[in-house]
Design a protein around this ligand. Structure first.
Ligand code: ARG
Length: 369
């Protein structure tokens, strides 16, 4: 804890805490608002109960303007691990998180909140290495090349060198960083095949079942939790229309098109669109085959409309960022296309952390450089 908190931060913190207490008691109907207010005025900050933390984490999801999958926000399970502040304890609980949330494929949205001084340097618990080659190409996920080099610098010897090597975790606790390799049974992956085109399986593609975001700070009631990894389940476009296909990521559309036997001499043949479509079909098919929960963009956007209806019924407004809510495939076929959203951010919420391996460039946002 810093010994000195600047006046206006402290005032803001108390204002947020007070606002949160009102929200919590109004929405949950729990008694005791007066006592909690008194505790806030006495201590200058809130020590959240597990119930308050859980509620706050759920509302942070509900408030996430970029998330189209918010309908089940109330189902978020929160592991209150604020007493865990050592490397081995954090790693052990991360393994338990991965196992519990996978739930045999019937993924249960989960968050684990760790204690002060803990930070996970990886942006997600499961990420594939990106090895920069001397010729300038990258084996693996180019988005993770800087992270991979950072982990090498911490002493990671590197993996076997496949395009899908799982990176170790860099866990910080009490000012020290330690590396931890995830055991294979902690990382559930899905082999990608197409229901009717066997050549797609021949590409040897795979993706991990869980998107566990580990570099966002949970902001609740004037408190900040730096180590609060959380996940729901994937939406197939994230994998098949971005991760595997972006030119700056795996850039696989030419290979998929070749597997499909498409004429790629001119984009005017729409081979890009056909390859994209079939890769999306393949990802949904493969996750379904393995019984791993995954959303599709038609269902999830309809669920989002339902979420909006329920929120309106509860007297709340839904904020959103249109460009994030709309899928990168056939957006105009979804019911969100002709809607407009207010993108104001409100708390509780998640805020992005500056990656440790990225030298700070003043004035440049690491996420939208
Ligand atoms: N887009 C990120 C990825 O592809 C995951 C972001 C969170 N997604 C989710 N469905 N909860 O890894």
């Amino acid at each position: 804890m810093p010994a000195f908190v600047p006046r206006h931060d402290q005032a803001q913190r108390e204002a947020e805490a007070l606002e949160f207490l009102h929200l919590y008691h109004a929405e949950t109907g729990q008694p005791g608002l007066r006592q909690r207010q008194a505790a806030l005025y006495r201590d200058g900050h809130l020590t959240l109960s597990t119930q308050e933390l859980t509620f706050g984490a759920r509302v942070a999801w509900r408030n996430s303007t970029r998330c189209v999958g918010r309908l089940p926000w109330q189902t978020l399970r929160v592991n209150d691990l604020r007493h865990v502040t050592d490397h081995d304890g954090v790693f052990t609980h991360l393994l338990a998180h991965l196992h519990g949330t996978l739930n045999g494929g019937r993924i249960l949205p989960t968050m684990s909140v760790f204690g002060p001084g803990v930070r996970i340097h990886n942006d997600q618990l499961i990420r594939y290495a990106g090895y920069r080659q001397p010729d300038g190409t990258v084996t693996g996920d180019p988005q993770n090349a800087a992270l991979t080099e950072y982990l090498r610098g911490l002493g990671w010897p590197g993996g076997p060198g496949t395009p899908f090597d799982v990176l170790p975790l860099a866990i910080e606790a009490a000012g020290q960083v330690q590396l931890f390799e995830l055991p294979p049974d902690a990382v559930h992956e899905v082999r990608i095949e197409h229901p009717t085109c066997p050549a797609i399986a021949g590409l040897g593609l795979r993706w991990h079942a869980l998107p566990v975001i580990s570099n966002m700070t949970l902001e609740v009631g004037g408190e900040s939790f730096q180590a609060a990894p959380f996940n729901g389940w994937y939406l197939q476009t994230e994998i098949a229309a971005r991760n595997l296909t972006d030119e700056r990521r795996y850039d696989l559309l030419p290979a998929v098109a070749a597997a499909l036997g498409l004429d790629t001499r001119t984009r005017r043949s729409l081979w890009v669109d056909r390859a994209l479509l079939e890769l999306n079909v393949a990802v949904l098919h493969s996750f379904d085959r393995d019984g791993v929960r995954i959303a599709d963009h038609h269902a999830v956007t309809r669920q989002f409309r339902h979420f909006e209806t329920l929120e309106a019924r509860a007297g709340r407004s839904v904020r959103g960022r249109w460009s994030w809510l709309l899928p990168p495939m056939a957006p105009a076929t979804t019911p969100l296309w002709d809607r407009a959203y207010d993108d104001t951010e409100v708390r509780p919420n998640f805020t992005a952390q500056q990656p440790v391996w990225q030298a700070a460039r003043p004035g440049v946002c690491p996420f939208h450089p």
